[in-house]
Design a protein around this ligand. Sequence first.
Ligand SMILES: Nc1nc2c(ncn2[C@@H]2O[C@H](COP(=O)(O)OP(=O)(O)OP(=O)(O)O)[C@@H](O)[C@H]2O)c(=O)[nH]1
Ligand SMILES: [Mg+2]
Ligand SMILES: [Zn+2]
Length: 290
Amino acid sequence: MKELSGVIVKGIGGFYYVDTNRGIIECRARGLFRKKGFTPLVGDKVVISFDEESMQGYVSEILPRISELIRPAVSNVTQMVVVVAQSSPAPNLYVLDKLIASAEFAKLKIAICFNKSDLEENAEVIKIYKDAGFKVLETSAVFGVGIERLKEILKNETTVFAGNSGVGKSSLLNAVIGENMFETGMVSEKLERGKHTTRHSELVSLPFGGYIVDTPGFSSFDVNKIPNTELGSMFREFEESFGKCRFLDCSHTVEPDCDVRRRVENGDISKSRHESYVQLYREIKEANQL
Ligand SMILES: Nc1nc2c(ncn2[C@@H]2O[C@H](COP(=O)(O)OP(=O)(O)OP(=O)(O)O)[C@@H](O)[C@H]2O)c(=O)[nH]1
Ligand SMILES: [Mg+2]
Ligand SMILES: [Zn+2]
C-alpha cells in the first residue's frame, strides 16, 4: 500500500473519489470515522492508502477543515462568486445581499459576477456594489466576455457559485473549463430531457489550479445563524459608522442619530443595501423568536 495526500472531490454510495497527483482514486472511508460519528466531506484534504495495481484505497486521515458549509455540504471553500444577470432575470438585490451576508459570515472571499453583459447593461446596480467595495466583474458566458478575469479570480481557490436559477452559473462554469460539463438551460427543459441533475456536491478541478463547486439551483444559505447584533458587520460599507451612532447597541434600522442611516441619507451608503439589511435583520429576529 502506498500513501498519498489529496482532496475529496465526490462522495457516492460509501465511496469517496480523491483527487491526487496520480489522478482520481476511488476510496472507502475507514470504519474508524463512522464509529466516531465523523463523516468525510467533499472538499476535505485527506491522506489515503492505496493499492497501485487496483488503484483503490481508503481514506486514513482527514486534515483539519478551514471552513464547513452545510448547504451545500462542502468543506474548505475559500470563495463565493455570486452570479447575477444584468437583466433577464432582473436582479433581485435582496437575494444578492443575503448571499453576500452569508459569505461574509462564513469568512469567504467574495466576487460579484454580473453576467449576460451582451443583453441590457445595468450600470446602476453594478455601481452600487463597486461603491460598497466589492470585487465586481462583468461577463457574457455566451460570447466569452470577461472569462479570463474570472479565471484569474478562481485560480487556486475553492469557489462555490451562487445565484438565482437562470442567471448563467452553469454556463459560466462551462466557459471557464472549456467543456459542456454542466447542464444549462431552463429547469423545465432539463426535466423534459430527463438528464441527470447533480444532487450531491461535487468539486471540479480547474486546469489552472483550484476547484469549483457544482451545486445547481443553489441560491441561499441559512442566514438565520447570524446573530442580528452581528449583521451590521456583514455589510462592509457600514463599518465606518461603528461607534458613531448615538446608541451603543444601535440596530441601524430605526434609531435616531444613527450614523449608518445618516450616510444612507447622504447617498454614501446605497438605499437598497440598507433596505436589504433592515429586511434581513427582521427576518433573522423573527426566525429566532419562534
Ligand atoms: N444572453 C445570454 N444568455 C446567457 C448567458 N449566460 C447564460 N445564458 C442563458 O441563460 C440560461 C440559463 O443559464 P444557466 O447557465 O443554465 O443558468 P444557471 O444559473 O446555471 O441556472 P440553474 O442551474 O437553474 O441554477 C440559458 O439559456 C443560457 O444559455 C449570457 O452571458 N448571455
Ligand atoms: Mg445550473
Ligand atoms: Zn446605527
